[in-house]
Design a protein around this ligand. Structure first.
Ligand code: B12
Length: 368
C-alpha cells in the first residue's frame, strides 16, 4: 500500500472547483504541449524506450483525463493509489524513470502557461508535490499489491482457469466450467472467485508486459462465451423482487464485472435490464424514463470514467415521479473509500455478491 504517498499527498491544499474545471477545459491543449515538448527533447528516444511516440501521446491524454477526476473529486488518495501503477506499467514497457518527472514538470509548466496565475497555482502545487515524491513513487511501483484471500479450492481452480484462458484453449475453458459448476451456489463461486481471480491475474500479467493485448482480448471473449453458456440456468429463476438496471458508465469498456452482477441479481430473483458497456448518459436516462426500476447499478473500472458516473447520477436524481436507488461498484471505487459518496451513490460494494446482498436488503425494506 502506498501509505507514504497518501500521507504526503493528503497535506497538499485542495484544488478549487473553478481551477479543476479550467484544467479539464484546457486538456487537449495541455496534452498537445507535452507531446510537443517530448518531440523536441534530444533524449526523447531514451525517455520512451522502444515505444512509438503514439504510446506516449496516449499517456499524456490519459494523464489529463485522470488528473481532471482527481482535481474535480479533490481526492488525493486516488492519485496516491494510481501513480505507482502508472510508473509500473510504463516501466515494464521500457519507458525510462526520467520520463515521469519530465511529464509532470511539463504539465506543471503547461498549466502555468495556459490557465493564468490564480487558477494555475493550486494545480501547479499538486504537481510540485508529486514531483517531490518521484523517488517514493518509483520505489512503490516495484512492490505489487496484495491479493484478496479466497476459498482455497476455488482459488486453485481460478489458477487452472487462468492458464486455460492464456493457452487460448476454449474447449478446456468450457470443460472446466462444466465440471465445476453443478449448483446455483457453484455459479456464484465460479463467477466471483474463478472468473474474477483469473481476469485479475491476466491484468497483472498484462501490466508486467508478459502477455499481449490480443491474449487479454481472447481471454475476455472466452469468459463471455462461458458466461453465456451458464445463462440458461440463470433465467430459470422467476423474478420476484422487482426490476433493476445494470450498466457500465459511459466510456467504460470493462464488461465482465457488471455482467457478473447482472447474472447474480437474476439468480437472486431480480428482473434485470442489462445494458452492458459504455452506455451514453442520455440513452440511459431516456431508457429509465420509459422503464423505471427500483435501482440502477453502475460499474466503473477506470478512474478516468468517474466523472461520467457523477454526471449520470446527477441526471438520474432528476427523474420523476420516483428516483431509483443507485448502487455503485467496479475497480475505480476501490481506489479510495470516499469515491462512491463523492460521485453521489447510495451504496458501494466491492464485489458483485455483496451488491446482491445490498439490493436484497433494499427490497426487503421496501416490502416491510
Ligand atoms: C479484460 C480487461 C480489459 C478489456 C475488457 C473487455 C471486456 N469485455 O470486459 C479491454 C480490452 C476492453 C480493456 C481496456 C482497457 N483497460 Co483493462 N483490463 C482488463 C482486465 C484484465 C480484466 C477486467 C475484468 O474483467 N476483471 C474481472 C472483473 C470480474 O472484475 P471487476 O470488473 O472489478 O468486477 C468485480 C467487482 O469490481 C464487482 N463489480 C464490478 N462492477 C460492479 C458494479 C456494481 C454496482 C457492483 C455492486 C459491483 C461491481 O463485481 C465483480 C466481481 O465481484 C483488468 C484487470 C483487473 N484487475 O480487473 C484490466 C484493467 C482494469 N485495465 C486497465 C487499463 C489500463 C485499460 C485501458 C486504459 C488500456 C488501454 N490502454 O487501452 C483500457 C480502458 C478502456 C475503457 N475506456 O474502459 C487497468 C486499469 C488500471 C488503472 N489505473 O485503473 C487494469 C487494472 C489492468 C492492469 N492491471 O493494469 N481492459
Amino acid at each position: 500500500m502506498p501509505e507514504g504517498l497518501e500521507e504526503k499527498l493528503e497535506t497538499v491544499a485542495s484544488v478549487p472547483p473553478a481551477a479543476a474545471d479550467a484544467y479539464y477545459a484546457h486538456g487537449a491543449t495541455l496534452a498537445c504541449r507535452i507531446d510537443a515538448a517530448l518531440q523536441v527533447r534530444p533524449d526523447s528516444s531514451q525517455l520512451i524506450g522502444p515505444n512509438p511516440l503514439a504510446t506516449a501521446f496516449d499517456n499524456h491524454a490519459n494523464h489529463w483525463r485522470f488528473m481532471s477526476n482527481v482535481f474535480r473529486l479533490n481526492n488525493m488518495q486516488l492519485l496516491a493509489r494510481v501513480l505507482p501503477w502508472v510508473y509500473r506499467v510504463y516501466r515494464a514497457r521500457g519507458f525510462s524513470l526520467d520520463y515521469f518527472p519530465f511529464v509532470l514538470k511539463s504539465f506543471q509548466e503547461a498549466v502555468l502557461a495556459e490557465l493564468g496565475p490564480e487558477l494555475a497555482a493550486p494545480i501547479a502545487a499538486v504537481y510540485e508535490r508529486v514531483l517531490e515524491l518521484h523517488e517514493t513513487t518509483a520505489a512503490l511501483a516495484e512492490s505489487e499489491g496484495k491479493e484478496a484471500p479466497a476459498e482455497a479450492v476455488w482459488l486453485t481452480r481460478s489458477q487452472a482457469f487462468c492458464e486455460a484462458l492464456l493457452a487460448a484453449d476454449g474447449r478446456r475453458v468450457y470443460a472446466l466450467s462444466e465440471r465445476w459448476v453443478k449448483t446455483t451456489s457453484d455459479i456464484v463461486d465460479f463467477l466471483q472467485i474463478v472468473v474474477t481471480g483469473a481476469m485479475i491475474e491476466i491484468g497483472r500479467r498484462w501490466e508486467r508486459n508478459e502477455i499481449s493485448v490480443a491474449q487479454e482480448h481472447l481471454a475476455s471473449s472466452l469468459v463471455n462465451r462461458v458466461m453465456a453458456s451458464l445463462y440458461p440456468r440463470i433465467v430459470r429463476v422467476v423474478p420476484h423482487r422487482g426490476s433493476a438496471l445494470v450498466s457500465c458508465a459511459a466510456n467504460e469498456f470493462h464488461e465482465i464485472g457488471s455482467r457478473i452482477l447482472a447474472d447474480l441479481l437474476e439468480l437472486d430473483g431480480w428482473d434485470v435490464q442489462y445494458l452492458g458497456t459504455n452506455t451514453p448518459i442520455t440513452e440511459l436516462i431516456d431508457w429509465l424514463k420509459v422503464r423505471p426500476v427500483c435501482f440502477v447499478a453502475l460499474s466503473v473500472a477506470m478512474p478516468f470514467n468517474l466523472h461520467q458516473a457523477t454526471e449520470a447520477i446527477s441526471q438520474i436524481r432528476k427523474l420523476e415521479p420516483s428516483v431509483p436507488k443507485i448502487l455503485l461498484g467496479g475497480r475505480a471505487f476501490s481506489l479510495a473509500p470516499s469515491l462512491w459518496r463523492d460521485v453521489g451513490g447510495d451504496a458501494y460494494c466491492p464485489t458483485a455478491e455483496a451488491g446482491v446482498a445490498v439490493a436484497r436488503a433494499w427490497s426487503d425494506k421496501d416490502a416491510a
